[in-house]
Design a protein around this ligand. Structure first.
Ligand SMILES: Nc1nc(=O)n([C@H]2C[C@H](O)[C@@H](COP(=O)(O)O)O2)cc1CO
Ligand SMILES: [Zn+2]
Length: 161
């Protein structure tokens, strides 16, 4: 009998890979973020990426980072984490895990806590010095959400599409 394959991807690589693949759907020219929500028994429940709400055209709303609040993206974008939570239509997310390519902001932190997600596995934390992320960590830690920095295995995957 032939032996089983040994170079299959791990659960962590699988879920962070799905989060990063989701991020590739984002139209944001500066930062693409992806999230993948997983049940306690390793089933994918939902995914999301950052973008404008349904019906708000990617070609009409602004992608700029600067300028007046009404003329830049920040009032209009839905973050990947919130999209992943809202995309889930199956009931409770109690005890679920979220894999996300960038640490969640304070607004998403509130949604994560309220939805019952108990663990966040994040790949990057490039805005860690901002008030938003400091406030986010304060709430998440106080609420008992486990924060896990994803350790890259360095594996590169090429997929023909
Ligand atoms: N955790 C996050 N999830 C997200 O989906 N985002 C989104 C909002 C914007 O579309 C983009 C950040 O844009 P910028 O400020 O790096 O050009 O990423 C941002 C953060 C940061 O907290
Ligand atoms: Zn957010």
């Amino acid at each position: 009998m032939s032996e089983k394959r040994e170079d299959y991807i791990s659960w962590d690589e699988y879920f962070m890979g799905v989060a990063k693949l989701s991020a590739m759907r984002s139209k944001d020219p500066n930062t693409q973020v992806g999230a993948c929500i997983v049940s306690q028994d390793n089933k994918i429940l939902s995914m999301g990426y950052n973008g404008f709400p349904i019906g708000c055209s990617d070609d009409e709303f602004p992608w700029a980072r600067e300028g007046e609040p009404l003329d830049n993206k920040y009032f209009y974008t839905t973050h990947s984490e919130l999209n992943a939570i809202l995309n889930y239509r199956g009931g409770s997310l109690d005890g679920a895990k979220m894999y996300v390519s960038l640490f969640p902001c304070n607004e998403c932190a509130k949604a994560i806590i309220q939805s019952g997600i108990k663990t966040i596995v994040y790949a990057e934390d490039k805005y860690k010095a901002t008030a938003s992320v400091i406030a986010s960590k304060r709430m998440l830690r106080t609420a008992g959400v486990q924060l896990v920095l994803y350790k890259s295995t360095g594996r590169k995957i090429e997929i023909e599409l």
